[in-house]
Design a protein around this ligand. Structure first.
Ligand code: FE2
Length: 270
């Protein structure tokens, strides 16, 4: 299946396309990420990524990562070598690494973005997420538009499961339909620092979270206002994923977004 049911996507705020990527592509991406991790010298920086305290925001490695390939560690990694300790690699893999570029710019994905109404797609951000066995950290409930903001909101997430993802290894959790509520907060630049500004105090709606359990190769499309999260991975299996975020170039990309690319122009699918 390569098409999203537009009615269901409008209703739920997410869509699942199973087996979008081949097993071969999943393995190739994992191998490439492992290769990048192996080539990383942790003496350069050991930035810990945490959605609880946003401590990474103080780190230059994070601040510049919008136009680079940078490495972020798990809170619980201790002194483990990067191959076993990384939370993720980001955030310009899709522009700077040939394999991630090819996967991100495949025509089927361009067609899907078009079907979703993204008329002038710009590939803004990419992340390889490791979610290693036992130490893979949780991701707190959030809306992606908190971090990647356009007016109007256009950010759309394309999340590829590179391993089978289920409740035990920290699959995505979502609040179906809750994308129809307001954006609650923005994380943005403020002078030399970063702040989180509350825009709307409304709590998440009282809907039962759904666990988006998907087999390897599946693509989960996430509306930029959909509240989603994932639990820590306490299993002995990894839950690797590749996430690509696309915006519509017709919208205004706020100058105070954390992600800035002064030296690398944003591109679409071609
Ligand atoms: Fe997200």
């Amino acid at each position: 299946m390569t098409a999203v049911d537009p009615e269901a996507y409008r209703r739920d705020g997410y869509a699942i396309l199973e087996r979008f990527l081949s097993a071969q592509d999943c393995e190739a991406l994992k191998a490439r990420a492992a290769e990048l991790a192996a080539g990383f010298d942790p003496d350069e920086s050991r930035t810990v990524f945490s959605t609880r305290d946003q401590r990474h925001a103080r780190d230059r490695s994070f601040q510049e990562s919008g136009e680079a390939i940078r490495f972020f560690f798990e809170e619980e990694a201790g002194d483990a070598p990067a191959a076993h300790a990384l939370n993720k690699i980001g955030h310009a893999l899709h522009d700077l690494d040939p394999l991630f570029d090819r996967i991100s710019r495949q025509p089927r994905l361009a067609a899907l973005a078009h079907d979703l109404g993204i008329a002038r797609p710009l590939l803004l951000q990419s992340m390889h997420i490791f979610k290693h066995p036992r130490i893979g950290g949780e991701v707190a409930w959030h809306q992606d538009a908190t971090y990647l903001h356009t007016r109007p909101v256009t950010v759309t997430g394309f999340w590829f499961a590179l391993d089978d993802a289920d409740r035990d290894n920290g699959c995505l959790l979502a609040l179906p339909g809750a994308h129809r509520g307001p954006l609650r907060r923005r994380f943005h630049r403020d002078g030399d620092g970063f702040v989180t500004t509350e825009l709307d105090p409304a709590p998440w709606p009282a809907v039962e979270p759904v666990a988006l359990e998907v087999p390897r190769g599946s693509l989960v499309v996430l509306h930029g206002l959909l509240p989603h999260a994932s639990a820590a991975n306490r299993s002995d299996r990894s839950r690797q994923a590749y996430a690509l975020h696309v915006i519509d170039g017709r919208a205004v990309y706020d100058a105070d977004n954390w992600l800035q690319r002064p030296n690398l122009e944003l591109r679409g699918f071609v």
